[in-house]
Design a binder for this molecule. Structure first.
Ligand code: BGC
Length: 741
């Protein structure tokens, strides 16, 4: 085993420390560094004290939910949630009580009888480009998990958005590895500041839900290292999560949870990760997964068998390689337990929750996550408006949320619930749900004297008539998405495009508020006065949207993923399997030998904006795009080695925040676009600030021959307010550099 560094990164990468200096958190905002060396040493001692029976206690557990009737012998201390792994009292090892997920404590179909504070969706969180806010969000949901008796939060979804039709786009963060890694790392540190474990997931290349249990990701190692894996690598370095959850899909023909390459070679050997790998629920194919690097079988009743209990014990008794592996599994799980202090800070249900303060965190995230996509001057709206027509999207009741295991429900239940009945194990368990945070009420609260009317939008002529009679029309358009199902295309469903076009034709002051899981097409874009992307804006989405519409909040969100003009611009105009498989929430193979390949070598590491740059395509809205009610200028880019500095100025009339982006645009004469750094800067009108960003050399390098190589030569960088609006490039000569992880 490699020596473990005291300063506590779960990997031993040389560049981990470098990456901190970029837009990561200031020291004062970070949770204290984990004392990994101490945790690992204690874990090693305790493993030596374990009996053979005890060694297969921490390695597997159930999903403590009555999925198929009551669970026999359900432990008395199990809390309804995603997972339960018994502890070992004799050794002072606590049980692991696990709950989903990155948006807050999930509601598990109401079985716990309590609600929780819903953060906005991952893509909304990421639109803030604000690690400090990610930390606060993580700290908030982690505190609720602890108060409800959980010590593991299955947060930290960071799969790169290779396809905007992915039903889980809303749970993930971005299409870029640097942005994703930095943001997820900050969120994980926030979660773990509560002395609980956070989990980064789903490792790896889990790029679509269609056929998710058997779709086989085909990608070269170099492309994976420079994209999806880099997001995990940076996230692990910066967040030091106690565990990694492996994914459902296959990679190079192997199930990700039984992939020697992913788990042993990349994660543990190359990155030196010291925590443990837990399986996704129902993702373990066999006992051999242990030898391939899986440390813990989660939700075992969903797998074809309980592999990591007696079967593992028998193997360990008979074979020294298995015995050593079993010891290592225990050591890793215990290292995470001791590093996060689960033993010293026991959890117990019924803890105090400051619901008001937590809702404020959710509201702040929603505000910073809203992206102003179009404004012909109609926004911000005047509070003195006399008549406003609010149309569609259940805006009278609440704001949409995404479904699946990450579904959070507030106290008092949802405002609107539309159950989904269909095929597959989840049908009947999930629903289209709206958090109780009415945009209509929040709009009325902003424009106190206005006559605010509401039409649900089902009858277009009636909505159009209301819009015609009003000064302003605000159409709320929704796209419900869920874990388990991808969307077939990027259109707004249920005739909403027609509704928007008709309303816009009747009222030139039509504003569209999008509540979507990810990008959608906008055939009506030229006809409307303004568009905001509010995503799934969480527990306080209503006031956050109204605050942006009326200018109390100056929008500062920037897109963490590209909005294409149409599916034909994507690397895969048709999502793999979408035309051959029936929709299935579980994603099981239709026949045992069914095959489905997702060919990620098409774009390789050129995910999202990189693909658009390579193809010279103009999207509907580029990665990084976001308007403000003020204007900014980014100038004076200077490079000294791997340090870039530049000046951001607020050239308008209002205070606001700019997200300045630094892109590599050319390397040795070859066009190559990579986000190399970013800075979110708050500025008063007329104010300017010079910021400096340290460039992580992995962004500039190629992965080849088992390591990173940065060729010597000329590297050109430009500043961008988005990936396609760039300043004149500045060249710097850099030396060659070669290194291992
Ligand atoms: C999801 C995971 C989740 C787990 C436990 C799975 O279906 O993919 O993200 O943590 O369920 O609920």
């Amino acid at each position: 085993m490699r020596p473990v560094r005291h300063l506590a990164l779960f990997t031993s990468s040389t560049f981990a420390l470098l990456a901190w200096s970029s837009p990561a958190l200031a020291q004062s905002q970070m949770a204290p560094a984990v004392d990994l060396a101490k945790a690992d040493a204690k874990a090693a001692t305790v493993v030596r004290q374990m009996t053979a029976d005890e060694k297969t206690v921490l390695t597997h557990g159930i999903m403590p939910l009555p999925l198929a009737g009551p669970i026999p012998n359900l432990p008395a201390d199990a809390v309804p949630g995603a997972g339960y792994i018994p502890g070992i009292e004799r050794l002072g090892i606590p049980a692991l009580k696990e709950t989903d997920a990155s948006l807050g404590v999930s509601y598990v179909m109401g079985l716990r009888g309590d609600g929780a504070t819903a953060l906005p969706s991952g893509v909304s969180q990421a639109s803030s480009w604000n690690p400090e806010l990610m930390y606060r969000g993580g700290a908030m949901i982690g505190s609720e998990a602890r108060a409800k008796g959980f010590n593991v939060l299955l947060a930290g979804g960071v799969n790169l958005m290779r396809d905007p039709r992915n039903g889980r786009t809303f749970e993930y963060l971005a299409e870029d590895p640097l942005l994703s890694g930095i943001l997820v790392g900050a969120a994980i540190r926030g979660v773990q500041s509560n002395n609980i474990i956070s989990t980064i997931k789903h490792f790896a290349l889990n790029g679509q839900e269609t056929g998710r249990k058997f779709v086989d990701a085909k990608i070269t190692e170099s492309a994976a290292r420079e994209s999806d894996l880099l997001a995990f690598q940076i996230g692990i370095e910066q967040g030091q999560p106690g565990s990694v959850m492996c994914a459902y899909n296959r990679v190079w023909g192997e199930q990700a949870c039984a992939s020697d390459w992913l788990l042993n070679k990349v994660l543990k050997q190359s990155w030196g990760y010291k925590g443990f790998v837990m399986s996704d629920w129902g993702a373990v194919p066999n006992l051999d997964a242990a030898i391939k690097g899986l440390d813990q079988q989660s939700g075992e009743q969903l797998d074809p068998g309980v592999f990591f209990g007696d079967k593992l014990k028998e193997k360990a008794a008979a074979d020294p390689t298995w015995k050593a592996r079993l010891d290592d599994m225990n050591r890793r799980i215990l290292t995470a337990i001791y590093a996060s202090g689960l033993d010293r800070h026991p959890v117990k249900p019924g803890g105090k929750i400051d619901a008001i303060a937590n809702a404020q965190v959710a509201e702040e995230v929603a505000k910073q996550g809203i992206v102003l996509l179009k404004n012909n001057g109609a926004l911000p709206l005047a509070k003195s408006a006399k008549s406003i027509a609010v149309i569609g999207g259940y805006a009278d009741g609440g704001v949409l949320s995404g479904a699946g295991s990450s579904q959070v429900q507030g106290e008092g239940g949802a405002a609107v619930v539309r159950p989904v009945f269909g095929k597959g194990v989840w049908a009947g368990f999930i629903a289209e749900q709206y958090h109780r945070s009415s945009p209509l009420d929040a709009i009325q609260a902003q424009a106190k004297d206005a006559k605010v009317s509401y039409r649900d939008g089902r009858y277009i002529a009636d909505a159009v008539e209301k819009a015609r009679q009003s000064e302003v029309a605000i159409v709320f358009a929704t796209q419900w998405t869920t874990e388990g199902l991808d969307v077939p295309d990027l259109s707004l469903p249920n005739g909403q495009d027609e509704l928007i076009a008709a309303v816009a034709a009747a009222n030139p002051n039509t504003i569209v508020v999008l509540e979507t899981g990810g990008p959608v097409k906008m055939p009506w874009l030229n006809k409307v006065a303004g568009v905001i992307a509010a995503w799934y804006p969480g527990a306080r989405g209503g006031p956050a949207i109204a605050s942006v519409l009326f200018g109390e909040t100056n929008p500062s969100g920037h897109l963490p993923l590209t909005f294409p003009q149409s599916e034909s611009q994507l690397p895969r105009p048709k999502l793999d399997g979408s035309d051959t498989l029936e929709p299935d929430f579980a994603g099981n193979p239709p026949t045992p030998d069914a095959k489905l390949v997702a060919d990620y070598d098409i774009e390789g590491s050129d995910v999202g904006y990189r693909w658009f740059a390579r193809k010279g395509q103009k999207p509907l809205f580029p990665f990084g795009f976001g308007l403000s009610y003020t204007t900014f200028e980014n100038t004076d880019l200077k490079l000294k080695g791997l340090t870039a500095s530049f000046t951001v100025k607020n050239t308008g009339q209002r205070a606001g925040a700019e997200v300045a982006q630094l892109y590599l645009v050319n390397r040795n004469g070859e066009a190559k676009q990579r986000l190399a750094g970013f800075a979110r800067v708050d500025l008063a009108p007329g104010a300017a600030k010079t910021v400096s960003v340290t460039i992580d050399p992995r962004i500039l390098a190629d992965w080849k021959d088992g390591g990173w190589t940065m060729p010597a030569g000329d590297y050109s960088f430009a500043l961008g307010s988005d990936a396609q609006t760039l300043t004149a490039p500045v060249k710097v000569r850099l030396q060659t550099k070669k290194w291992k992880d």
